[in-house]
Design a protein around this ligand. Structure first.
Ligand code: SF4
Length: 224
C-alpha cells in the first residue's frame, strides 16, 4: 500500500451521508473496472495526496463541526481500514463506508467491531452481466457481503447505477428479485448514469430509453 492511499479529501458535504454533515476520503485504486465509472483517475491511481495520518489530523481539527466521515473511492476496502476507523471513532465521528462488496472479510471485520455505522453497497449488475459491466468475476463475493449485511440487520443501502444500454428494466427486475430472495426489504436506490468528460469504457449517453414504468414495485425504489 502507498504511504499516501488517499487520493483526495472533500472537507464538507451534506449530500453523501444521509442526515449527516460529513467529510469524504477518496481512496486510491479499485478492484473493479466498471464501464461507466467516471472516477477513473482515482481507480488507476496508486498514490494520492494524503496519508492516513493526514486524514486523522484533518478530522481532529474538525471535531464538533462534522458528524461523520465517508470512506469512498475507488474501493476503500483494499486498505486495512480497521486501525484508521478505530482512530476516527475515538474522535466521536460516525463512519459510512461506500463499497462494491468484493471484500466481505474486511466488511465483516469492520461491522463486527462496530467500526462502521452505515454502508452503501453497490449492486453493479445481475450475475449474468456482472463480469461484463465490472470486469470482475467475483459476484460470489458481492453476494457474501450482501447476505452478511442482511443477516446482521445492519443499517445499509443497496444502490445501482443505471445506463440503459447496460441495464434494462428486465435486468433491474431480476436484481430486485435477487435482493428479495436473499431477504432484502430496504429501499433500493437507483441512480442514472451521468456523462462526464471521461469514463473507463468511454461510453456515451444511452442510445435507448429506460422505461421506468416496467419496473417491479415490490421493493421501494428511490431515484437519486
Ligand atoms: S464505479 Fe466501479 S470501477 Fe469505479 S470506483 Fe466504483 S467500483 Fe471502482
Amino acid at each position: 500500500m502507498s504511504d499516501k492511499p488517499i487520493y483526495d479529501i472533500t472537507p464538507f458535504t451534506h449530500l453523501d451521508y444521509p442526515g449527516k454533515l460529513a467529510a469524504i476520503a477518496w481512496f486510491c485504486g479499485c478492484n473493479m473496472r466498471c464501464i461507466y465509472c467516471y472516477n477513473s483517475d482515482i481507480v488507476f491511481s496508486k498514490s494520492g495526496e494524503y496519508t492516513l495520518e493526514d486524514l486523522v489530523a484533518f478530522l481532529k481539527k474538525r471535531t464538533g463541526l462534522l458528524d461523520g466521515v465517508v470512506l469512498s473511492g475507488g474501493e476503500p476496502t483494499l486498505n486495512d481500514l480497521a486501525p484508521l476507523c478505530r482512530e476516527i471513532k475515538a474522535m466521536g465521528y460516525m463512519i459510512k463506508l461506500d463499497t462494491n462488496g468484493l471484500n466481505p472479510v474486511r466488511v465483516k471485520e469492520l461491522v463486527e467491531e462496530g467500526l462502521v455505522d452505515y454502508i452503501a453497497l453497490d449492486f453493479k449488475a445481475r450475475n449474468g452481466k456482472f463480469g461484463y459491466i465490472t470486469g470482475s468475476s467475483r459476484f460470489d463475493r458481492f453476494a457474501d457481503t450482501l447476505d452478511y449485511l442482511i443477516e446482521k440487520r445492519f443499517d445499509f443501502e443497496v444502490r445501482t447505477t443505471v445506463h440503459a444500454d447496460l441495464l434494462q428494466p428486465e435486468d433491474i427486475n431480476m436484481m430486485i428479485e435477487e435482493l428479495k430472495s436473499r431477504g432484502y426489504e430496504r429501499p433500493y436506490y437507483l441512480q442514472k448514469f451521468i456523462k462526464t468528460s471521461n469514463n473507463i469504457g468511454d461510453i456515451d449517453e444511452p442510445s435507448q430509453a429506460f422505461d421506468v414504468s416496467k419496473l417491479d414495485d415490490t421493493l421501494p425504489i428511490i431515484w437519486r
